[in-house]
Write a protein that binds this ligand. Structure first.
Ligand SMILES: [Zn+2]
Length: 311
């Protein structure tokens, strides 16, 4: 009887772990540093050692453990192979195969944004649904697509790279991906701050944002205070994101759109500006598709990893 599983969310500075029971209850949660030196050679052995320690500490039997779900910050194939993950130091790596050899447990892996979408579908903002579009607004814009309860990985492991949808022909700065005019340049925390600075520069109107360090948080805090220029920033953000999401839902027809990441801490006000521009652009069948805020925060990854294993 398989009663337990591990979820391991590999980030550039720490690996977050969760020990789950089959109902998704977290029995233990911890993290270890990600040692990226020497081409990240120690990362998987460190993880295996940590898992073995926890098996001992909790007195678990190997036959009770369904496996280890893993996510990585980059593209990964469905059979757990990464071609190259720069922020972990890895070149070609057979992640699940190596982890299984070291732990004696079955392993499955996915890209972090996609796996987070699976976590939110299971026990977060998308709970109760099996077709979910997750958009993560953080330093960048990421996304994950879940169709019939399964992650859409794509041919290159890059399915759900929502942040790199082209939305603007005017911007001269380059996106991190090398293109110009990506959604990420307008809807990420850095993108919103850039819009904020631009709108302040272009106007002489008073604003409580003047003289303060510009950030997405400042923009939405100021929107809540009724600041007219902050509202202009939120409108532009909402227009870019709302239209892009409308394009996605015309193709994917999800049951729910979940918005997460640091920027989503602004709360329901953020959804208002996105929905305002979403609705007129959405295909008729998707006009009333609900929006929700993500609920699992930084734990979405470990939940999704567990769900990879529990199915
Ligand atoms: Zn891009």
């Amino acid at each position: 009887m398989k009663k337990y599983c591990f979820g391991a969310d590999i980030g550039g500075t720490t690996v977050k772990f969760g020990l789950f029971d089959q109902d998704g209850i977290v029995l233990d949660k911890w993290e270890i540093p990600t040692r990226t030196e020497n081409e990240g050679a120690a990362i998987l052995p460190d993880m295996a050692a940590s898992i073995r320690e926890k098996i001992q500490e909790h007195g678990l039997k190997m036959e009770e453990i369904a496996g280890v779900g893993v996510d990585v910050p980059g593209p990964i194939s469905e059979d757990g192979i990464v071609p190259h993950t720069a922020n972990l130091g890895w070149g070609y790596k057979e992640v699940t195969k190596e982890l299984t050899e070291m732990t004696g447990l079955p392993s499955k892996a996915g890209n972090d944004a996609n796996v987070a979408a699976l976590g939110e579908m299971w026990l977060g903002g998308g709970k109760g649904h099996t077709n979910v579009l997750l958009i993560t607004l953080g330093t960048g814009v990421g996304g994950g697509i879940v169709v019939d309860g399964k992650i859409l990985t794509g041919a290159h492991g890059a399915g759900g790279e929502i942040g790199h949808i082209h939305v603007d022909d005017e911007i001269e700065e380059c996106c991190g991906c090398g293109n110009q005019g990506c959604l990420e340049q307008f809807a990420s925390a850095t993108g919103i701050a850039r819009l904020g600075r631009k709108i302040l520069e272009e106007s002489d109107a008073p604003s409580i944002m003047r003289g303060q360090e510009m950030s997405a948080k400042l923009v939405f805090d100021s929107v809540k205070e009724g600041d007219a220029l902050a509202v202009q920033v939120a409108e532009r953000f909402g227009r870019y994101l709302g239209k892009a999401v409308a394009g996605m839902t015309a193709v994917l027809d999800p049951e729910i759109i979940v918005i997460g990441g640091g920027v989503s801490k602004a709360g329901p006000v953020l959804l208002e500006y996105v929905q305002k521009y979403y609705k007129p652009c959405a295909f008729k069948s998707a006009k009333d598709t609900p929006f929700a805020l993500a609920e699992l925060g930084n734990d979405a990854g470990i939940y999704g990893c567990a769900k990879l294993i529990l199915g």
